[in-house]
Design a protein around this ligand. Structure first.
Ligand SMILES: *Cc1c(COP(=O)(O)O)cnc(C)c1O
Length: 352
C-alpha cells in the first residue's frame, strides 16, 4: 500500500475476499494494482502507459484544481462462470465520456485509444476480478493539467486520462434493503446545463443537501425535484413501476442519462411493460407509490427499490414498504445478462 494517509487499499490476489467471506470492503475502497494513463499535450494524445496504481504528479496550478475541469465514467467488467471477463455496454460509457469532455471543453478521448486503455487495465488486473455478484468496476477519469491559475475563462490545453480499476462486491451484501429517500422539491442537484455531464463539481454540490437530509431524516439519498418536477438522486436515475407500466423522466439536459436506465427501459419494453418517458411531478409520484413501486438505477446499485419517501416532514410508504416484484423482476433480467446467465440479444457485452 502506498500513501500512509490514504485509507485506500490496493488489491493483491490473496486479499480479495471470496464471495462467501465477510466482511466485504466498501464499494470503491480497494483499487486494482495496475492503471493505464495517457497525456494530451501539444494538441494530441500521446501513447498510453500501463503503470502501477500510485500517486501522480500534478502541478498545484493545474486547471482542474482551480476550475474543476474534470469528468469520469463508471462501468463494470464481470467474471462469468466460464472464467471469461465481460464488460457491460462499454461503447455507451466511452461515448458518454467523450460527450462530458466536449461539454467541459476538455480534450476528447479518442474512442479506440480509450477502449484499448480499458481492455489493458482489465487484462492486467484479471487476477483481481471478483466472482459474481462482485465485478471489476472501471473508472476512467479525465482532467485538465495546464498550470495556469488565470485560466478561469480558458480551457485546459493539457490533460491526463487515467483508467482505474476497483474490485467491488455485492452492493447489497445485507440483502435488498428498501431505501429511504428525502424529496427535495425546491433546490436542483446541479446547474441545469451540466446535469447530464458526469463531472466532479456536481457531486460536491449535492453533498451538503444530502448529508443534511441524512442527519435530519435518517435517509439514504435525496431525490432532487426542483420546482416540484422529479429528476434523479445524487448518483442514480429514478423510475416508477407497477403492473404493466414504467414511468421515468424524459431525457433532457438536467439529469444524467444513465446506461442502466436505458437498459432497464429496453428490458421492460420486451417484458411487455408500457414505458412512459415524460415530465412528472411530486404529487403524481406520491399518488403512484400508494400501491406502486419506485426504484433507483445505476451501475453500482443496478436497480434498488425505494421503501419510503420523506416529503415536507411526512413519511410516505411505497407500496408494502418492501422491494416490489416489478423491481425484482427487471433487476434479475438485467443482472442475468450482465453475468452471462441469459443471452445477450442487444450486443451489450464485450468479451475481453
Ligand atoms: C452515473 C450516474 C447515474 C447512473 O448512470 P449509469 O450509466 O446507469 O451508471 C445516474 N445519475 C448520476 C447523477 C450519475 O452520476
Amino acid at each position: 500500500m502506498r500513501g500512509g494517509r490514504s485509507r485506500l487499499k490496493l488489491a493483491a490476489m490473496s486479499s480479495i475476499p471470496k464471495p462467501s467471506q465477510e466482511p466485504r470492503p466498501a464499494f470503491g475502497t480497494v483499487l486494482a494494482p495496475t492503471m493505464t494513463l495517457a497525456r494530451f499535450q501539444n494538441g494530441a494524445w500521446g501513447r498510453f502507459e500501463t503503470v502501477p496504481c500510485a500517486p501522480i504528479q500534478l502541478h498545484p496550478a493545474a486547471h482542474v484544481l482551480h476550475y474543476a475541469s474534470t469528468c469520469f465514467e463508471g462501468f463494470k467488467a464481470y467474471r462469468w462462470a466460464d472464467g471469461s471477463i465481460n464488460v457491460f455496454r462499454m461503447d455507451r460509457h466511452i461515448e458518454r465520456m467523450r460527450q462530458s469532455a466536449r461539454s467541459l471543453v476538455l480534450p476528447e478521448p479518442d474512442p479506440r485509444q480509450l477502449e484499448e486503455m480499458v481492455r489493458t487495465a482489465i487484462e492486467r488486473n484479471r487476477d483481481v476480478v471478483p466472482e459474481a455478484p462482485g465485478a471489476l468496476y472501471m473508472r476512467p477519469i479525465l482532467f485538465g493539467t495546464t498550470p495556469n491559475i488565470g485560466a478561469a475563462g480558458a480551457p485546459a490545453t493539457e490533460a491526463d486520462l487515467i483508467v482505474l480499476a476497483s474490485p467491488v462486491w455485492d452492493y447489497f451484501a445485507g440483502g435488498m434493503k428498501p431505501l429511504r429517500i428525502y424529496v427535495e422539491d425546491i433546490n436542483a442537484r446541479t446547474a441545469s446545463q451540466t446535469g447530464k455531464v458526469k463531472t466532479g463539481g456536481n457531486y460536491a454540490a449535492a453533498l451538503g443537501p444530502t448529508l443534511e437530509a441524512r442527519r435530519r431524516y435518517n435517509v439514504d439519498q435525496v431525490l432532487f425535484c426542483p420546482g416540484g418536477s422529479v429528476q434523479e438522486t445524487g448518483a442514480s436515475n429514478f423510475l416508477l413501476l407497477r403492473e404493466g407500466r414504467v414511468l421515468t423522466r424524459s431525457l433532457d439536459l438536467t439529469f444524467l442519462h444513465g446506461v442502466t436506465r436505458d437498459s432497464v427501459l429496453t428490458l421492460a419494453r420486451e417484458e411487455g411493460y408500457q414505458v412512459e418517458e415524460r415530465v412528472f411531478d411530486v404529487a403524481e409520484m406520491l399518488e403512484w407509490v400508494r400501491n406502486g413501486e419506485a426504484a433507483l438505477s445505476g451501475t453500482a446499485a443496478v436497480l434498488a427499490g425505494v421503501g419510503a419517501f420523506i416529503h415536507h416532514g411526512e413519511e410516505h410508504r411505497v407500496g408494502s414498504g418492501e422491494v416490489g416484484p416489478h423491481t425484482r423482476k427487471l433487476r434479475e433480467r438485467l443482472v442475468s445478462i450482465q453475468r452471462g446467465e441469459s443471452r445477450d440479444t442487444h450486443g451489450w457485452i464485450t468479451r475481453i
